[in-house]
Write a protein that binds this ligand. Structure first.
Ligand code: KIV
Length: 276
């Protein structure tokens, strides 16, 4: 009766939190990308991406907003449903949008919707030790959680822009303490955005769960980027951690495969993608 989750006519079983943890323990980098629709979900899945995130970055790259703040739970569910239909192997994580987790009860209701209606296997929420109560409540109800720390785009108006975080040593110590507290509260993955390499290393060494970085340097357990950024679709000034994999690729699928290969052989991120 467990066959659906274990094999879908595939040579390899689909990813789950145990297989992600075992990739980490074998010291193989975990390759992750965002996706927002079924067609691209098929491409990234076939490219060998281990984890796909339906990120609230969809507010910027799909909806054309300047920030992720306007994204709603219904938006995430709509895109997550579409992505889940395109995936066979990759693990599907869906973002909890701005103000969707202000209390344990609200967080649980919205997580259940992302999983039952959106097909997500894990929810991601932004915040440090202040989210411990929420993460504990979700973990007590067997909701897998990814805790997003470092640069938290939902707080952009409070932070005052998309900036590197943790350059100050007190802030760096607090971030390591936050990662540990979130892990102890039940977080299964930590996502670390836009921090200096050394802090990426310190957080990764401080916790047992996989740490996925975006602009967090080469020492984390895996890398994630926004799909439209690696395909050269996003216009304007891009963060330094972005690499466009379209030049030299004859199709978007090949660009995704080259991204996965670069993460796996650690040629991405290179020094020019990192912060000190
Ligand atoms: O929303 C998103 O796509 C994200 C990634 C940038 C990690 O949170």
């Amino acid at each position: 009766m467990y066959t659906q989750l274990q094999q879908r006519d595939m040579s390899e079983p689909p990813m789950n939190i145990s297989t992600l943890a075992s990739i980490r323990s074998q010291k193989e980098p975990i390759a992750c990308l965002t996706a927002y629709d079924a067609s691209f979900a098929v491409l990234v899945d076939q490219a060998g991406v281990d984890l796909v995130l339906v990120g609230d970055s969809l507010g910027m790259v799909i909806q054309g907003h300047d920030t992720t703040v306007p994204v709603t739970v219904d938006d995430i569910i709509y895109h997550s449903k579409n992505v889940s239909r395109g995936l066979a192997r990759a693990f599907l994580v869906a973002d909890m949008p701005f103000m969707a987790y202000t209390s344990p009860a609200q967080a649980l209701d919205n997580s259940v919707r992302l999983m039952q209606e959106g097909g997500a296997m894990m929810v991601k929420l932004e915040g440090g030790a202040g989210q411990v109560r929420i993460v504990e409540h979700l973990a007590q109800h067997a909701i897998p959680v990814c805790a997003h720390i470092g640069l938290r785009p939902q707080s952009v108006h409070k932070i005052g822009g998309f900036k590197v975080q943790g350059r100050d040593s007190d802030q760096a110590k607090q971030m390591v303490a936050d990662a540990i507290a979130l892990q102890e509260a039940g977080a299964d993955i930590v996502l670390l955005e836009c921090v200096p390499n050394e802090l990426g290393k310190a957080v990764t060494e401080a916790v047992r769960v996989p740490v996925i970085g975006i602009g967090a340097g080469p020492h984390v357990d895996g890398q994630i980027l926004v799909l439209y950024d690696i395909l050269g679709i996003t216009q304007g000034r891009l963060p330094r951690f972005v690499e466009n994999f379209m030049p030299g690729s004859d199709s978007p699928g090949e660009a995704c495969r080259r991204y996965v290969q670069a993460v796996k052989d650690r040629s991405y991120p290179a020094a020019e993608h990192c912060f000190s």
